[in-house]
Design a protein around this ligand. Structure first.
Ligand SMILES: Cc1cc2nc3c(=O)[nH]c(=O)nc-3n(C[C@H](O)[C@H](O)[C@H](O)COP(=O)(O)OP(=O)(O)OC[C@H]3O[C@@H](n4cnc5c(N)ncnc54)[C@H](O)[C@@H]3O)c2cc1C
Length: 419
């Protein structure tokens, strides 16, 4: 089933054109080729013949060429760095279309964690760092990872991180252990979150961290393993940084701005991630309906005639619409310069949970096929579950919502749901 994207009357022509052009590539080039593009990954085996992998690679390059020709490459980057130069809202509205097919974002030049690193490099990088790291990352000749979370400290509290960087002449000397550094094996460099303040200095909580670029081949960078995830090998790596020395000019931004840079990565990123989830929910919904309309059960009736199943349709519709409208409301608030903190936390919690419910129902409708590698639903289910703890676990965001809401009431003002 193709994605049905028509112009949205409230959006301007430019963003409607981008959405239609994106949908055309998704429908024509990507959906019919999903099995060839990624299918070999879903059997979890490492014995896939080389020619199958080569064919997939060749196909990906062809589609990327068509994406570039349609000027839809790298929606997250400004024009001067090879991207589309989209506004925040345009990018958000494009994401829900391109994420209809899992993995399609990479064919449009958006690959986490490279995309987040690119944005940090755009904002905090010097012209020399742009030339040395950002350019090759954007033209695909380099890969990168973001190395923040540590096994022995709670990632939900970034002030607890203990990896240190100490200045020794013109070099930073880094020591610490990180894990879940995604894309770790393929990376040419990592952006490493380091504590650069004196550990005994107890003033201030968020100005102690600095992000530092560490080339993977630097002596002392030891990849311990890819941490298995959902029962499968992964490239989310555990890495020990053992007296790793890099030049001082590898730091990103001023010393002490690491926490702010991490927040920058997450703020707008959460809206984009939620729009991605909505595109995936859209796909799961279409797949569910396709099966309801074709599968006959006892007595020859179709699944669509059964009330339990009709309940799934209604509940999934409401989940998708509410998630989408909450996300767009949050994005509009950010665009207008209003304080979006409550809304960002709300979508971070609500959207992955809605995504989880929608995919769960689609899997139920498809029965055994739903959990097989023949459909994208099993991968979506794992992705939706993972989102509830990544990007800040749900509980931390709930605490933040309550704190900000109560603060307003304590100051004598009620909540205004219209704004
Ligand atoms: C697939 C995947 C990819 C990832 N990629 C990267 C990456 O590229 N780079 C990177 O640096 N990290 C990455 N991460 C790590 C991720 O960012 C962290 O897992 C996340 O920040 C949570 O940190 P933690 O695992 O240490 O959980 P913890 O902080 O230990 O939290 C565990 C649980 O405790 C509860 N909790 C925490 N705080 C509170 C509180 N205040 N009140 C009540 N309950 C609370 C929550 O339920 C939470 O889920 C990745 C993780 C996954 C799963």
């Amino acid at each position: 089933m193709a994605m049905n994207v028509k112009p949205v009357p409230t959006l301007d022509d430019e963003v409607n054109e981008i959405r239609l052009a994106t949908a055309e590539i998704v429908n024509r080039e990507i959906l019919p080729n999903e099995g060839k593009l990624w299918g070999w990954m879903s059997d979890g085996s490492s014995t896939t013949p080389k020619e199958v992998r080569d064919e997939a690679k060749e196909l990906r390059l062809q589609i990327q060429g068509k994406v570039k020709a349609a000027r839809l490459w790298a929606p997250h980057l400004p024009r001067e760095f090879g991207g589309m130069g989209l506004s925040f809202m345009q990018h958000a509205y494009m994401n829900e279309v391109l994420s209809y097919s899992p993995g399609a974002a990479s064919l449009f030049g958006v690959v986490a964690p490279n995309s987040g690193n690119q944005k940090i490099l755009v904002k905090y990088g010097t012209p020399e760092q742009h030339e040395k790291w950002l350019k090759p990352l954007t033209d695909g000749t380099m890969q990168s990872g973001f190395s923040m979370t540590e096994p022995h400290n709670p990632g939900s509290d970034p002030t607890s991180l203990t990896t240190t960087a100490v200045l020794d002449g013109d070099e930073w000397v880094i020591n610490g252990r990180k894990w879940f550094t995604s894309n770790g094996f393929a990376s040419d460099f990592y952006i490493v979150m380091c504590r650069t303040a004196d550990p005994k200095d107890t003033t201030g909580r968020h100005d102690k961290m600095t992000q530092i670029i560490v080339p993977r081949n630097t002596p002392g960078v030891n990849i311990i393993r890819g941490v298995p995830v959902w029962g499968r090998a992964s490239s989310h790596c555990e890495i020990v940084y053992d007296n790793v020395r890099v030049p001082k000019e590898n730091q990103l931004g001023r010393t002490g701005t690491g926490h702010q840079a991490a927040q920058d990565r997450l703020g707008a990123g959460r809206v984009y991630h939620c729009m991605n989830s909505i595109g995936s929910m859209w796909r799961a919904f279409d797949l569910m309906i396709e099966r309801l309309m074709t599968r006959q059960v006892h007595g020859g009736e179709k699944l669509e005639d059964k009330q339990f199943m009709q309940g799934f349709v209604a509940e999934s519709y409401m989940d998708i619409q509410s998630a989408r409208l909450m996300t767009i409301h949050c994005a509009e608030k950010m665009e207008a310069g209003a304080d979006p903190r409550v809304d960002i936390s709300a979508i971070k919690i609500y959207v992955p949970a809605a995504y989880h419910r929608v995919v769960d129902r689609a899997i139920q409708v498809w029965g055994a096929a739903g959990v097989s590698g023949d459909l994208p639903l099993a991968g979506m289910y794992q992705g939706a579950r993972t989102l509830r703890l990544a990007d800040g676990p749900d509980e931390v965001h709930k605490i933040l919502i309550a704190k900000l809401v109560l603060r307003r009431y304590h100051s004598g003002e009620n909540w205004d749901f219209g704004n």
